[in-house]
Design a protein. Structure first.
Length: 132
């Protein structure tokens, strides 16, 4: 019995998504190269919709599924498919607040050093102006 490309793709997807078999082992069992096997794998649907564009989310591979990182094929969003996705998306797009800077307090040495440099610069400038 010959298996057509559609049936083979179904078998590949079932073996890939419904087992923990390595890709190498699945490819060997089906007499496929890893590249051919990966080309047949279809993304698995994930719960929820994209917070950016509202399209369906999916998992591109088992690692993404295991980590809970769904992706949107429409706008390239990547994130966890949860109910809090809208607030996460808003947080991602919100500008970062400016850091709060402490007022600079001059120490006595820094203030004295600045004063001395100012006096020296003034003396040098006045000498240059007198020569002309």
């Amino acid at each position: 019995m010959t298996v057509g490309p559609t049936e083979l793709a179904k078998v590949v997807n079932r073996m890939y998504w419904d087992s923990d078999e390595s890709v190498n082992r699945i490819a060997d069992q089906l007499d496929l190269s890893k590249g051919a096997l990966y080309a047949m794998i279809e993304p698995a649907p994930a719960d929820g919709t994209c917070p950016d564009c509202g399209a369906s989310l999916s998992f591109g591979n088992r690692t993404a599924r295991d980590r809970g990182l769904a992706e949107c094929a429409e706008c390239a969003f990547v994130g966890e498919p949860t109910d809090q996705m809208q607030s996460a998306a808003l947080a991602r797009h919100a500008p970062e607040p400016a850091p709060i800077r402490e007022p600079r307090v001059w120490s006595g040495r820094a203030l004295a050093g600045s004063l001395v440099l100012g006096v020296v610069a003034g003396v040098l400038i006045s000498r240059l102006l007198r020569r002309r």
